[in-house]
Structures are given as C-alpha cells and as structure tokens.
Design a protein around this ligand. Structure first.
Ligand code: BEZ
Length: 401
C-alpha cells in the first residue's frame, strides 16, 4: 500500500499571489505580426512581460488551472522574479481549440508585446500558433501540448517542457504487448492531433513488440458525451485490453462509462497518464482502479525534490499537484535561467538564452532539453490503486523507449 502525506482536497479559494506584478486578462483577437512582437527593445529595466495562455474554459479547463497554479507557485517562491527581473504576467484563455486559442495567444505577441509565452494545452492550438512565434521571433514555451510536429525540427522559438504525444504513448507499447501476450488491444482516442499521434505512437511500439490490434476508433473531440456505441464495438471485437487517449472532462466520462458498461472487470484499460491525472482521478473514483498508464510524473514519486514540491503546492492550493502543474513550474524555471543569462529580455534575446538553460531541477527529476527542444526524461508505468488516503497513481515500473 502506498502512503500519501497530503490529501486531495478542494481548491483553495482566493489564494493571493502578491509576487505577480500584474495579471491582465487578455481577450481574443487584435493586432498583426507586422505590428511587431517581442516585448521591450532591450533596455533591461522594468518588469519583463510574459504571456500565460491556458484554457480557462472547455474540456481542458482543469488542466489550465493546474498550469496556472504551477507557474504562479514558481513565481511566488522567487519573489515574483525570473532571472532577477520583476515579471508582469499577461493571461489569455486558450479555450477549447484553435478558433479561440490561436487569436487569444497571438494577441499576447502582437498587441501586448510579451517577451515570451508559456502554456498551451491543446496540440491543435499549438500547431496553429507555431508559425506566428517563429515569424515574430518570440519564444513559445509549450507546457503541455504534445504534437510531434512542433519539435520535429528544432526552432529557436519553440521549446517544450512537457512531452511528445508519440513518445509518452510509445513508452507503453512493449509493456502492454508483454501483458496481453496472445490477446489483442483495441485503440480508442479523441479525434484530433493528440489522439491520433498517441494511438500511432503506441501502435508502432506495440506491434514492433509482437502485439495484435483488434480495432481502432476515434470519437469527436469536445462533443462526445455518450461512449456506449463505441464501448459496444470494443466488446464485440473480443479485445483483451484497451489503449486510449483522453484527458480532462473526456477522461472522466470515458473511464466512468467504461466501468458502468462492465468492461473494466474483464478488459484491462491502458492509456497515457492524462487519463487518470489529478482532479480527473478524484471524479472517476473507484471506476479508475486498476487502470495502467505511462507518464513522466506522479505526485507519489519518491524523491526529495518532489516531496518538497508536493508539500509547497499543497500548502498553497490545498491539493496535490499534477503533471500539468509540474510542466508549467518547469517552464518558469527554464525562463528563470534564460532571463538570467540573456543579453536582452526581448523575444530574440530570451530565445537565444534558452539554448543555454542547462539542467532543470524538476519535481519529476532533473532533466535537460534534447536537440529538438523536448525534455530528455524517463517514463513511468503507473497503476491506479487505493491507498490509506485515497486513490493514487502508484509507480509500478520504469518504461524503456
Ligand atoms: C494535447 O492536445 O497535446 C494534449 C491535451 C491534453 C493532455 C495531453 C495532451
């Protein structure tokens, strides 16, 4: 049985983060790239403006809240400064997809003239923004969205503190192939870039390890509420296990319906860790027990730096941290090092300094950016188990890639 010394709990209301110089809510639209982005011209006085773009609404709103909390915790621990400079945070609501996320985030660059942007949950939003950041020479520090193509070729303006969709999914392939043996696995995911890449990454590694696929289905993103027709298909396929990609509100509904439909007892459920992360697991309750996932973090990770982080996060927000909070906390740490070493704090100056940030001392374990600007990190096999203080993602193994 695992032991937690922190309790999952309601979100602390009204936490005042006095260290953030100012938080402005940016609305959608506005500006053009030719108006110029990239913040101050480099006189290196006054606060550095950093954009924070995460979902405040839609399927992934809870992920956005966790990222905001992780980013703010780092700022709070550093007196509101990054690299010794005061920080002004300008916030935008990414919403549910590119139609909201692209204009809201573009405005941070063109109108608010930030020096860098942190955030972006949804892969389709990040893909829609990639060109904007490259052209305007402002760094985008992606703190979640896993679209493989974003970092297929390294750009000085695109950095990621999270994962690639293909990488975190592929990590699970061999372990599942070993588990199911002569059986087969059904693949089901949200129908957009992240779901497709997740299925493809898993399938490639799983089949290479001798696994058999029983079928593959994609469900409309953001509008599916009844999974029964898809669950019937899974049952009639005769699959012995299921691999899936869902996160946020979709993960809650899928896992609950998977259990209610009676599949959980006989058909082992696997997925990437977003399926059972944080508040999502609280909402799924007993329906999630036994689900196995791959991820680069669990709040139950045994290390001094994670214990310190979990305690600080719990003290600030009265709940345990998620991978989303860690990714945003690490984005702040990367910017801290970059601004410290930057010759100027406009977009180009920070982008140049990002190449030299070195090792990030993270709650997930120390990591560095690889040559494509993704974290070079291990993945863990996690299983939802009931412990003395509730449900948790217990680390049951380390995955090879
Ligand atoms: C993505 O769109 O890349 C994504 C969204 C939520 C969780 C993980 C990945």
């Amino acid at each position: 049985m695992f032991k937690r010394d922190v309790q999952r709990g309601h979100r602390a209301a009204g936490l005042v983060l006095t260290s953030v110089a100012a938080v402005l809510l940016a609305s959608c639209g506005g500006g053009s790239l030719s108006e110029g982005g990239g913040g101050e011209s480099g006189d290196n006085s006054g606060p550095v403006k950093i954009g924070l773009s995460v979902p405040v609404s839609g399927v992934y709103a809870s992920l956005g809240e966790d990222m905001t909390q992780g980013f703010n915790l780092y700022l709070d621990e550093n007196d509101g400064k990054l690299g010794g400079r005061d920080i002004e945070v300008v916030s935008a609501d990414e919403g549910e997809g590119p139609e909201t996320g692209v204009p809201a985030t573009t405005k941070l660059v063109t109108q608010d003239q930030v020096s860098a942007v942190v955030g972006i949950v949804n892969s389709s939003v990040a893909l829609g923004l990639q060109e904007t950041f490259v052209q305007s020479e402002v760094p985008l520090i992606i703190a979640n969205a896993g679209a493989d193509d974003l970092t297929a070729e390294a750009s000085p303006y695109i950095w990621r503190t999270s994962f690639t969709n293909g990488g975190v999914a592929a990590a699970l392939g061999e372990a599942v192939a070993e588990d199911v043996g002569d059986g087969s696995v059904y693949l089901i995911a949200a129908d957009y870039a992240a779901g497709e890449e997740s299925v493809n990454g898993f399938k490639e590694a799983f089949e290479a390890a001798g696994g058999t696929v029983a079928g593959e289905t994609y469900t409309p993103f953001g509008t599916t509420s009844d999974w029964q027709p898809y669950l019937s298909k899974i049952r009639s396929s005769g699959a012995t296990a299921v691999y899936t990609f869902y996160a946020g509100a979709e993960a809650v509904n899928f896992v609950k319906q998977y259990s209610t439909f009676g599949l959980a007892e006989k058909t082992q459920l696997y997925g990437v860790g977003f399926l059972t992360e944080g508040g999502v697991l609280d909402a799924q309750g007993q329906a999630a027990v036994g689900t196995q996932t791959s991820l680069h973090y669990s709040d139950l990770l045994e290390s001094d730096s994670n214990r310190r982080f979990v305690d600080a996060y719990q003290a600030a927000y009265d709940e345990v941290p998620t991978v989303y909070a860690v990714q945003a906390y690490d984005a702040a740490a990367a910017l801290d090092a970059a601004i410290e070493g930057a010759e100027s704090t406009d977009g180009a100056g920070i982008a140049e300094a990002m190449a030299d940030v070195g090792e990030i001392d993270s709650p997930r374990g120390a990591w560095s950016f690889d040559e494509n600007h993704n974290p070079d990190q291990p993945y863990y096999l996690r299983e939802v188990q009931e412990g003395e203080s509730g449900l948790g993602n217990v680390i049951v193994g380390k995955l090879t890639q």
